[in-house]
Write a new protein. Structure first.
Length: 367
């Protein structure tokens, strides 16, 4: 009887304690953020963004609150069959409550799930430094990320997938605002509580506006792959593949430096890390071991793609590969090789198509 009562008491406590967004302490010395500072940051974020159960839309930010409510909160459904708590149902196990990429399953995954909090997304159609457009997030959600633990969610009704995309943007803008607050309160030792006007003007709104910019300046910031030159005739395709191999091996393109001269991912660059892991890598093994105490997940090396396997995280279609070469993969050492306004780039559009044909030929050979 005592054990039953104790279990019920614990269950009641669990129900009465709503989930919270964990503070982003990645890379910081334990104890470097005081209790008072942490409380001030949490309270400011709660005023602006609400909680995991009750999201808010900050003034001046274009969010669809109904979509956020559909994605947030506990997993549930109503009498009309409408689903709630979509993020916890489908995403939190890998991406975590705050979208930190450190959910319960994250430690056993390679690559780790995406951490949304710094606003960087790998597979986009936008130029360097620009946020993804909504279609980029839709594509990733619909297809998943082949070769990783990220599955396709093409089975979800459109209203549910749109709610999840809205919530990912919400977590990203919240995360960037949190980084601003940590800089303001901890690094700059700002007076507490933080100046809400300054937080809005210098932290929140710039983060939100960076999401609007690619949509508003699509002609400048979004790349639409041009029509692919016809390669139906065997000799024409063979010539394109040969030209692509030549460009691939050229010093200016730097493809072979990471992916290797045969495209097997075994280039001369052996120690590669994405932006989420770079900070964990010390100058010495001892320093790396010391840094490990400051991060939730261990250091994970980035492995360049082995083209012969035919598995491409950003998609294996010709236009997918064109975009990966043209705009690069954000947050990784994979640079943009295509032209941009005022920057010619190592490869012209027709040359990118040549490299696409070569890469696809390697994938076909490996099957």
């Amino acid at each position: 009887m005592f054990l039953l009562s104790f279990a019920l008491m614990l269950a009641g406590c669990a129900r009465s304690t709503p989930p919270d967004f964990p503070l982003n302490l990645e890379g910081r010395e334990p104890g470097s953020v005081s209790v008072k500072q942490a409380a001030a940051i949490r309270e400011t974020l709660a005023v602006l963004f609400g909680t995991p159960n009750e999201p808010k839309v900050p003034d001046g930010v274009q969010f669809d609150l109904e979509r956020l409510k559909m994605a947030a909160g506990a997993v549930a459904g109503d009498a009309q069959g409408r689903q709630r708590g979509l993020f916890r149902r489908h995403c939190v196990t890998c991406h975590g409550t705050a979208g930190d990429g450190a959910g319960p399953a994250a430690a056993v995954l390679d690559p780790y799930p995406r951490d949304y909090r710094n606003g960087t997304f790998k597979y986009t159609s936008t130029r360097s430094g620009a946020k993804p457009i909504r279609k980029d997030l839709q594509r990733t959600l619909f297809r998943g990320v082949p070769g990783t633990a990220m599955p396709s969610f093409a089975h979800l009704p459109p209203e549910q997938s749109e709610a999840l995309i809205e919530y990912v943007k919400y977590l990203s803008i919240r995360g960037e605002t949190e980084l601003y607050l940590l800089q303001l309160v901890v690094e700059e030792q700002s007076y507490l509580p933080p100046d809400m006007l300054a937080v809005r003007e210098d932290g929140l709104l710039p983060a939100a506006e960076s999401w609007l910019m690619p949509e508003e300046r699509a002609a400048e910031l979004v790349v639409v792959p041009p029509s692919r030159p016809p390669v139906e005739r065997r000799e024409v395709l063979a010539a394109s593949i040969a030209k692509g191999r030549e460009l691939y091996l050229a010093r200016d393109s730097q493809c072979a430096k990471c992916h290797g001269p045969t495209g097997d991912g075994n280039g001369e660059e052996k120690e590669l890390y994405d932006d989420w892991n770079k900070r964990k890598n010390g100058v010495t093994p001892e320093q790396t071991a010391e840094l490990a105490r400051r991060f939730k997940l261990p250091l994970q090396r980035l492995r360049p793609r082995d083209f012969r396997q035919g598995v491409f995280h950003g998609g294996a279609g010709p236009e997918d590969l064109f975009l990966r070469i043209c705009v690069g993969i954000k947050g990784t050492p994979m640079p943009a090789a295509g032209p941009a306004p005022g920057v010619p780039g190592p490869l012209k559009p027709d040359e990118i198509w040549n490299v696409v044909d070569y890469v696809r030929s390697l994938a076909a050979e490996g099957k």
